[in-house]
Design a protein around this ligand. Sequence first.
Ligand code: PHE
Length: 350
Amino acid sequence: MNREFDDLLHELKQSLKIAENDYDLNNIRSQFLGKKSRISKMMKQIGSIEPAKRPLFGKKINEIKQQIDSLIVSRADEIEQHQYEETLAKEQVDLTMPGVQPPVGSLHPLTLMRRELEDIFISLGFDVVEGYDIEDEYHNFDALNTPENHPARNEMDTFYIKASNTRPKQSNNRLLLRSQTSTMQVRTMENNQPPIKMVSIGRCYRNDKPDKSHSPFFHQMEGLTVDEGINFLDLRDILIKFARLMFGESIQWRFRPHYFPFTEPSAEFDIRCFKCYGEGCSICKQSGWIEIGGAGMVDTNVFDIVGIDSEKYTGYAFGLGIDRITMLKYRIPDIRLLFENDLRFLEQFR
Ligand code: PHE
């Protein structure tokens, strides 16, 4: 009998030695203590044993069962401890290692430009005014002295908003995405009497096919000064001051006569091409010059529309292409780079 128990325990110890996990331990438990185990079979033989010896036999069986159980439990503890140590070793943290750097963003070149422009014009005595992307025909065209049949009003050029839910159907003052920041000239003069000296930077929209130098949305900065005795020389003076502060003292510039419905006389403002310095290249379309904006003296019709006394006051207005100026300043060859949000491009503006 004892021999048999010794063999059993020996066999159990061998099995436990190679057990690695709960699955192995469960198998061992059912092999040594389950219904089909040798112990269970021995228990069943109790009936064939002399009645006087039965209690002792039963006691012995129970002892051996407990021994088997405690051997299995202690092996389970051992395995658990071992697994825990393995996990600790695997997950060890080296507190002296440098941390992981979180990715750091940078300001968009147009944001840098906006801030620089605002700083320059604030230093020249201008107020900064916020505008709206969604405007109406009145502020984008009518009040800017733009006739009904002007080509810019065409739906091929300007994005109109289907406004059936927001405006009465009959309204002939349709909503649109503003095509120029000049809307802010009107709004400023509607709400303020001279002296006025303001700039307003924002996004504009035109139905242009995207290419190197065109995008269906772009940015402009409007400038407006209205006071007694303002003349074209003041306008020329402020734009040259701006060009020097932005591009350096040696920048070359020129004005070309032009036409805008809301300024008279009007001009376009060019600066020397940053790429070829006048030789002629693909960026300046061989002209040696790059146009950065339009300007002129506020038309008396506009003063009449907004209710400013055109006998007493004169004023100048200008509109600068911010994307162009950004491209010039940072030598960006394609306007689309400004809107594609490619990190390889943006990261260069740290
Ligand atoms: N709004 C004009 C344009 O988009 C530019 C401009 C602004 C011209 C102010 C004159 C005065 O082309």
